[in-house]
Design a binder for this molecule. Structure first.
Ligand code: MRU
Length: 386
């Protein structure tokens, strides 16, 4: 099955699809420095918690590799002390690109741990550097396989749940929010991976997805991924979730996560909480699918999760192709950014994420398995899946 790829690498070249131009223009841009990786993440040319962590790790690995390959060696490779100080400042800088998604923080913690371990083991500067490169590469590479594992865990669990509740055996209809597919990860996806798995197993009825304003990751990116994979799907506006639940049989809501607190409270794309409240009202299972690196045991509950607020102007703009399509000299669909509001609006609220309380979540699926709440509990014990 054909899938889109958010990051591609060959030799030491790293390229990302500019997701701001999708779905109309598929343009890969090269990332040649840590600063470019940082800016691409901040500006959302690449987005999705796992994809952000993968790009940051790959850009970091390329930077260190270039240092090793340079003669004479750059000053930061002159001693383990200078390497350590330099690496920590570069990693902290990358971490500042987007605050809510914790996968980036987990990747950075891992790299700092390798730095400390290899330094304390008395390794040479070159060996410490190669240890860092290997770990960074591993962080990007391991994402695909774990996504397949969690999709299978979640897909099988949902199938059983449907059987237990006397399901008709017809295909499962699943609603998702935002984009959590191969564009948001190193491949296959999390919640969209679960939907893809159900489709592969011939257990999917239809995938439903919200447009996900203001960035429209649903109507631009999820739409494109589902179309590319030929998965039967229906787009809805964000305002239509309640109506959908009232008028159509929806078997589950599956969403990704940017950060899961120790008690199971989950930060994800704005609008996720609305869907969870409505799912609870309609007794529809609400499933969070995310790798272990999204679980932040240092954050006790959702009130402690930092929520990124985007620039107010971003909520006033929409970018898209002119209709009917016009093409530029290179044969690309002409795109425009238009303003949907009066200019200079004074009050604009634009949080990028919201927090869904654990008590509204039926299951949290990671690569290790499926965690559910005990009868009567309002929070999760995630020790078994972390
Ligand atoms: C597998 S992606 C999980 C989450 O990162 C996703 O659901 C989401 O909220 C993405 O937000 P974005 O602002 O597009 O980076």
């Amino acid at each position: 099955m054909s899938m889109l790829t958010s990051i591609r690498t060959s030799n030491q070249k790293i390229e990302i699809i500019d997701q701001l131009l999708l779905p109309h223009t598929t343009k890969y841009v090269e990332i040649t420095s840590i600063e470019e990786a940082h800016d691409a993440i901040r500006d959302m040319k690449i987005r999705g918690a796992p994809a952000i962590a993968s790009l940051a790790s790959l850009a970091f690995a390329a930077y260190i590799q270039t240092g090793i390959d340079t003669a004479p060696l750059p000053a930061f490779l002159s001693s383990s002390d200078s390497l350590s100080a330099h690496v920590i400042s570069k990693l902290d800088y990358l971490f500042g690109a987007r605050p809510t998604a914790v996968n980036l923080g987990a990747a950075i913690r891992r790299l700092k741990a390798v730095l400390q371990f290899s330094t304390e083991a008395g390794k040479s500067v070159r060996l410490i550097a190669t240890d860092l490169i290997s770990e960074a590469q591993l962080i990007a590479d391991e994402d695909f396989d774990r996504n397949k594992r969690m999709a299978a865990h979640g897909g099988e669990w949902l199938g059983e749940l449907d059987k237990e509740s006397g399901g008709s055996g017809e295909g499962l209809n699943v609603l998702t929010v935002c984009n959590t597919g191969s564009l948001a990860t190193s491949g296959y996806g999390t919640a969209l991976g679960l939907i893809t798995y159900l489709h592969e197993q011939k257990k999917l009825g239809k995938a439903y997805y919200t447009q996900t304003a203001p960035y429209h990751q649903g109507s631009r990116l999820t739409a494109l991924e589902l179309k590319t994979m030929r998965i039967p799907s229906v787009m809805i506006c964000d305002t239509m979730v309640g109506s959908l639940f009232q008028h159509h049989k929806i078997h589950a809501v599956a969403v990704g996560a940017d950060r899961i607190a120790r008690n199971g409270d989950t930060a994800n794309k704005i609008g996720t909480y609305n869907a969870a409240v409505l799912a609870a009202r309609h007794n529809i299972p609400f499933i969070v699918v995310a790798p272990i690196s999204t679980v932040d045991l240092d954050t006790p509950d959702g009130s402690c999760i930092p929520i990124e607020h985007r620039k107010p102007l971003e909520a006033c703009l929409v970018r898209g192709a002119v209709h009917p399509f016009e093409y530029d000299a290179e044969g690309r669909v002409r795109q425009e950014t238009v303003m949907m509001t009066p200019s200079d609006l004074e009050g604009i609220y634009n949080p990028s994420f919201d927090v869904t309380p654990a008590e509204l979540i039926t299951a949290i699926v990671t690569e290790k398995g499926v965690a559910t709440r005990k009868e009567g509990d309002t929070s999760f014990d995630l020790s078994g899946v972390v």
